[in-house]
Design a protein around this ligand. Sequence first.
Ligand SMILES: [Zn+2]
Length: 170
Amino acid sequence: MKNKIIGGILGILGLVFTSIGVINLKDSLPKSKTKQYRNRSLKRPLYITYHHTASEGQTINQIAKGHLGRGFPEIGYCFAIGWDGKIYQLNDINEVTWHDSGHNTNSIGIVFVGNYHEKELPEAALRSAKRLQDSLSTYLNIIGVRYHRQTSPTACPGKYAIKKIQPLLR
Ligand SMILES: [Zn+2]
């Protein structure tokens, strides 16, 4: 029964993501052969946590390989947003991915691709973040939206992204 309900929400969200143009990379990124993220109930209260990759010119695939090299089961984020506003799904939302140590069980990690400590976050990326966040909030119990620096000693997601995403926070 429980699995049926989770499957239902995941299924509905899958259709919603498709309708807003989310590109599914879940099955095309490198994965660990021995490790897996654990799953969580999607009925639990969840946060959204924003990050940046702090990288320049790296593909999502290369970032995933970097995370595997650090012992992660798969890439650490659930979604990525490109500078051009393209949204990529990297993991299922019921997977407890590793993006914010100590807070992973309760949060969905969304990463802006680029280094937003060095440059402005493009409007297209900001608009896509809002669209994705609105979709997630419609179907899940999202109790807060924050950025990485609010929970950990890090500059992530960079001063320019922090400035731009203020209207999204709650
Ligand atoms: Zn971060």
